[in-house]
Design a protein around this ligand. Structure first.
Ligand SMILES: C[S@@+](CC[C@H](N)C(=O)[O-])C[C@H]1O[C@@H](n2cnc3c(N)ncnc32)[C@H](O)[C@@H]1O
Length: 286
């Protein structure tokens, strides 16, 4: 559920009852992501080749923020790890051990197959990120998340508290995710930016079907898919949640990077004018 929403077959605002039930929306999202894991399964062979070859699936901007992890990261924890390709990229960047947390059993099965195939020191934990197990508390030298993570979460304060809880005292949190402003723009037939009718302050919306740039098609038809709930948290809401949880925010940056290829049709001269992603680096705080 990214922009290009008009190409999805069903999009509606969450009802007041749905919006009042963050956990209910997460349960629906879990079912939808388990369906979508089918697309990630199609990337398995290329993921094995990438990780086995010592490569990384992270964007240059992420790699720059994370840095070389050799000798300074006993454990990297990846929240919303999906099929584990980005998680295992952290291993290739030098983390001694990686832990991926995701609530989709099918995604984690894929992640397990991937780490088995490359014999990586990885653990995969099936949980809602809001329920990340206490055994992980204070163990993340690096806590990483992003690229389509925050829009699925419906309680940002609870999430920020988990981020703080999992970090070691000297640990670093690195987030690189889609910019909420992205939801406000689309392109016309000439590849020029135009405004969508999205309300920046609208809250959660329900959808079925996926943006074809990300997930072309699934064997389950759009109509039969589970409803899923996403929202464009504003930058203010994200930063404030982290501050309220006690984290020490070091850096907030906005980037023109189109991390999911959702705006491929933009004319070259129009690129770079609009932030399509953002990053945050924070430490645990006292
Ligand atoms: C767009 S993917 C993140 C992808 C990741 N950057 C990658 O490409 O490997 C979103 C992931 O978040 C997971 N997810 C969404 N909401 C979650 C929640 N509340 N708890 C745990 N996992 C969640 C989904 O199962 C899915 O694997």
């Amino acid at each position: 559920m990214e922009p290009e929403r008009e190409r999805e077959s069903h999009v509606r605002p969450a009802t007041p009852d749905e919006a009042a039930d963050p956990r209910g929306m997460h349960l629906a999202n879990r079912a939808a992501w388990d369906e979508a894991a089918e697309r990630y399964e199609g990337w398995f062979d290329e993921s094995v080749a990438l990780i086995r070859g010592g490569g990384s699936n992270l964007f240059p901007v992420e790699a720059a923020l994370i840095g070389d992890l050799h000798g300074r990261c006993r454990r990297a924890i990846h929240l919303q790890c999906a099929g584990g390709r980005d998680t295992l990229s952290l291993w290739n960047l030098g983390a001694e051990e990686v832990v991926g947390v995701d609530f989709s059993p099918r995604m984690l099965e894929l992640a397990r197959r991937l780490s088995d195939a490359v014999a990586a020191p990885a653990r995969w934990i099936e949980a809602d990120v809001l329920d990340a197990p206490a055994e992980l508390d204070g163990t993340g030298d690096l806590l990483y998340t992003g690229r389509g993570a925050l829009i699925w979460l419906q309680d940002l304060d609870a999430w920020a508290a988990v981020v703080r809880r999992l970090l070691t005292n000297d640990g670093r949190f690195v987030l690189f995710d889609g910019h909420p402003v992205e939801w406000l723009f689309d392109v016309d037939g000439d590849g020029r930016w135009i405004a969508t009718d999205y309300d920046y302050f609208a809250g959660p919306e329900a959808s079925k079907g996926w943006a074809p740039e990300y997930i072309e098609s699934l064997s389950v038809s759009d109509e039969e898919q589970s409803w899923k709930f996403a929202r464009a948290w504003t930058l203010g809401e994200v930063v404030t949640a982290l501050l309220r949880a006690g984290l020490a925010v070091q850096e907030v940056a906005e980037h023109p990077v189109d991390w999911w290829g959702g705006h491929r049709d933009v004319r070259p001269e129009e690129r770079g004018r609009i932030p399509l992603s953002f990053s945050i680096v924070a430490t645990r705080g006292r």
